[in-house]
Design a protein around this ligand. Sequence first.
Ligand SMILES: Nc1ncnc2c1ncn2[C@@H]1O[C@@H]2COP(=O)(O)O[C@H]3[C@@H](O)[C@H](n4cnc5c(N)ncnc54)O[C@@H]3COP(=O)(O)O[C@H]2[C@H]1O
Ligand SMILES: Nc1ncnc2c1ncn2[C@@H]1O[C@@H]2COP(=O)(O)O[C@H]3[C@@H](O)[C@H](n4cnc5c(N)ncnc54)O[C@@H]3COP(=O)(O)O[C@H]2[C@H]1O
Lengths: 141, 141
Amino acid sequence: FESKDVLHTNIMDYIIPAEKVAHVQVGNSLEHALLILTKSGYTAVPVLDAKYRFQGLISSPMITEAILGLERIEFEKLEHMKVEDVMSTDNPHLTVDDQFRKALGLLINHPFLCVTDEKGEFQGILTRRVILKHLNYHVDQ
Amino acid sequence: FESKDVLHTNIMDYIIPAEKVAHVQVGNSLEHALLILTKSGYTAVPVLDAKYRFQGLISSPMITEAILGLERIEFEKLEHMKVEDVMSTDNPHLTVDDQFRKALGLLINHPFLCVTDEKGEFQGILTRRVILKHLNYHVDQ
Ligand SMILES: Nc1ncnc2c1ncn2[C@@H]1O[C@@H]2COP(=O)(O)O[C@H]3[C@@H](O)[C@H](n4cnc5c(N)ncnc54)O[C@@H]3COP(=O)(O)O[C@H]2[C@H]1O
Ligand SMILES: Nc1ncnc2c1ncn2[C@@H]1O[C@@H]2COP(=O)(O)O[C@H]3[C@@H](O)[C@H](n4cnc5c(N)ncnc54)O[C@@H]3COP(=O)(O)O[C@H]2[C@H]1O
């Protein structure tokens, strides 16, 4: 890999900053979460708590799976269920000191990773698209 | 890139074959498509026609966007709308002779790519996960 140095660069050079990331709160209804996913066009977004700490992820299949009844999709459940009832919580995340090499390994199985500071405060996300863009550039060097 | 040879390998070594790929037909209702996405857990799947040719992609945001009314999500529309009314059709795809290098460039902006033979018949898909798995292995060599 001509530029071994890219593997050791800090991930903060590659992240989408928190203010540009669509997200929901743990206490939001599933209806609100589905609206955020629909309006942003993203299939999954981070879930934060009131202190802006990363708590998990929510995706459209998690929401529709939760309201899937035996006969039909029970849409009336959306208003009464909360994000924290269906979100996934066992996702790996990065901290601000991590390097590109570690992010590459984790992105194999995750479309994006949340980045937090040492206090756990949400700083942004790192996506497969950005990692692939840089790998694509460096493989030819 | 130690193993420049991986860049020139044929993509058929990396694809998920057609029989393992969840898909929908152009004529299916949006309700059917939402059920397939929910049950498979995938956020987007290929759309094929009756002759098994690749026609486009459908994702959960495309479906929920189509039924989003001014006041509420109008779920009753799902039964009456068809996949071909909302699917995206301008997606790049690969053919069976393409190489890893070309797939890497296209996967920067697409989570997966459909693969067809010279007659346009669907052969399978190539995903970011598989490409990242191999890049992750080769960067350390
Ligand atoms: N508005 C847009 N403009 C241009 N391209 C778009 C786009 N929306 C989606 N894409 C493309 O589709 C890929 C998959 O998007 P998806 O929403 O499933 O999956 C996304 C989404 O779940 C999340 N994500 C990305 N950007 C986000 C943001 N600003 N806020 C919240 N979540 C984001 O990270 C996942 C991976 O993102 P990644 O960029 O690697 O990969 C994106 C990107 O290549
Ligand atoms: N059942 C499962 N088991 C293990 N990991 C899972 C999984 N479902 C999803 N994932 C993980 O989540 C990523 C995003 O899935 P998504 O459904 O948004 O996006 C998927 C989906 O839209 C499509 N896809 C993948 N496999 C498929 C299949 N067998 N049939 C139809 N579509 C598929 O390709 C996109 C990218 O797939 P990729 O594997 O790169 O990336 C997958 C994979 O890393």
